[in-house]
Design a protein around this ligand. Structure first.
Ligand SMILES: Cc1cc2nc3c(=O)[nH]c(=O)nc-3n(C[C@H](O)[C@H](O)[C@H](O)COP(=O)(O)OP(=O)(O)OC[C@H]3O[C@@H](n4cnc5c(N)ncnc54)[C@H](O)[C@@H]3O)c2cc1C
Length: 451
């Protein structure tokens, strides 16, 4: 059985969560805290507050990217110290609560030991050369520089260490004294501009390949704005239906789809449904995902029911199938009958679904089997168990709360001269150009820079 560990790191100003399976890194999510830049160093109290804000979405995202559910975790590891007391407390408390709720072990990790043993983390598709024991490790980490003799995973001897600032802190302090800003290093040398008005139009976090890193949310939060929880929207839906793997690349046109949440119909759509290795997609499924994602987050039961013959009542469809059977020879196959009713790639999965062999003779089909076929064609049901992650979501739901922004000017009601436009705001809409329209309209308003 695999060992899957969720690791949580909150010793300083980065909130991080990673998922490791049998030594291989599956995901690693880091939320950096820009709030400290204004002070030229990490402010412990602000760091703790930012950790509190970040930890839930960071862990959620790490599990999501790893494709791992909470229930699959074997243990939760967390940084015990050294580090900032308040920051550590957030990570430790979260890890304890999470592990206890799941009934799995907790592993406390010494921050510096974690740095040393990071050499043993493996990545899929890489060479993964690992040091052999014993070896010497030069550790240059924030406020600590050490030379460590590493004899085994749990046997290390510190041969020497700094008693004052370590290299990381020295760079930060030099950078600050020289007027190059905080933190030191490449960012310290970036050009800074002062301006009376700024428009934040950094998009969401979906489709990160387009440059959407979610920076805007961190900037807005640091400036005092409330960020409504981020969720993938217009994203493929995942189903536990046994036939899913046989439906890859199937495209169904003119279907009526109904989304059920806890057995109540909540949305009905008509149009195209597609299947791919990402899940159930196509315009209809993507639109449905707006409700489905929220329901799944609330751990409600979600199912998608497809009516493949929306123009026909059950009665009329029954008559039509009886007619088709009469026109076929009795020794022709059930698959031939299905071929007259649905696209070819759907024939085998549908035969499986109605539990009639595709090579069964149509002459042997019973009335009861026809009724079962009619019901399946009118209500092909897919239990929805999950949704595709931000990587595949067309837009991001959630973001900067709209009631903290003047809707006539897009200026922040909290920070004068700060304007917002586009997906960074907590507005998202259906497919059909509405999301682009939101970006254009808010961009136009913000770009007028009206007070
Ligand atoms: C594949 C795909 C298909 C889509 N199809 C449709 C559609 O058909 N109809 C529709 O209405 N909508 C569609 N959308 C959604 C639509 O594209 C977005 O809602 C819209 O582009 C959002 O505009 P925006 O300006 O807010 O953000 P973006 O268009 O995401 O622009 C944000 C920009 O900010 C930059 N940026 C981010 N952080 C920083 C930083 N720290 N410093 C500097 N730059 C930064 C990014 O690189 C990016 O260029 C689609 C999206 C995707 C991904």
């Amino acid at each position: 059985m695999s060992t899957i560990i969720l690791g949580i790191e909150s010793s300083c100003d980065d909130t991080s969560a990673a998922v490791i399976k049998d030594g291989y890194l599956l995901s690693n999510v880091v939320a950096s805290q820009a709030v400290h830049e204004a002070y030229g160093g990490v402010v412990p109290e602000l760091a703790s507050r930012a950790h509190q804000q970040n930890i839930v979405p960071v862990v959620h995202e790490a599990l999501k990217r790893a494709g791992v559910t909470k229930e699959e975790l074997s243990a939760v590891a967390f940084t015990r110290g050294p580090g900032l007391m308040g920051s550590l407390l957030v990570g430790v408390s979260f890890a304890k609560g999470f592990a206890r709720a799941l009934g799995i072990p907790m592993i406390d990790v010494n921050h510096l030991t974690g740095h040393v043993l990071a050499h043993f983390i493996k990545a899929e598709g890489e060479e993964n050369v690992q040091p052999e024991f014993p070896f010497l490790c030069l550790l240059v980490s924030g406020g600590n520089s050490q030379i460590i003799l590493v004899k085994a995973y749990n046997d290390m001897e510190i041969l020497g260490q700094t008693i004052d600032d370590a290299a990381g802190e020295a760079i930060d302090k030099c950078s600050k004294v020289m007027g190059l800003g905080y933190p030191g290093g490449p960012r310290g040398f970036e050009r800074k501009e002062e301006c009376a008005q700024v428009i934040l139009a950094t998009g969401g976090v979906s489709y990160p390949a387009t440059g959407s890193t979610g920076d805007g949310y961190a900037f807005a939060a640091d400036l005092g704005h409330t960020i409504e929880p981020l969720r993938p929207s217009l994203t493929p839906l995942l189903s536990s239906h046994a036939q899913m793997r046989y439906l890859d690349k199937v495209l169904l046109r003119n279907v009526r789809a109904t989304l059920y949440v806890d057995n109540e119909p909540v949305r009905e759509e008509f149009g195209e449904i597609g299947f791919s290795d990402r899940g159930i997609e196509g315009a209809v499924a993507l639109r449905m995902s707006r409700d489905a994602v929220d329901a799944l987050i609330e751990e409600k039961r979600v199912k998608l029911v497809l009516d493949l013959k929306p123009a026909l009542t059950e009665e009329v469809l029954h008559e039509r199938i009886a007619r088709e059977i009469a026109e076929l020879q009795p020794n022709e196959f059930f698959g031939e009958l299905l071929r007259k009713l649905v696209p070819k790639p759907l024939v085998m999965p549908l035969a499986q679904e109605v539990d009639i062999r595709a090579n069964c003779y149509v002459g042997k089909i019973t009335e009861e089997q026809i009724t079962r076929l009619v019901r399946t064609l009118k209500g092909l049901t897919f239990p929805i168990t999950d949704y595709a992650p931000f990587e595949y979501a067309v837009v991001t739901a959630g973001g900067v709360r709209c009631d903290e922004v003047n809707p006539y000017t897009m200026e922040s009601l909290k920070v004068k001269g700060l304007y917002f436009a586009g997906e960074v705001l907590d507005i998202d809409a259906n497919t059909g150009g509405y999301n682009l329209q939101i970006a254009f309209s808010t961009g136009r308003l913000a770009g007028s820079l009206k007070k």
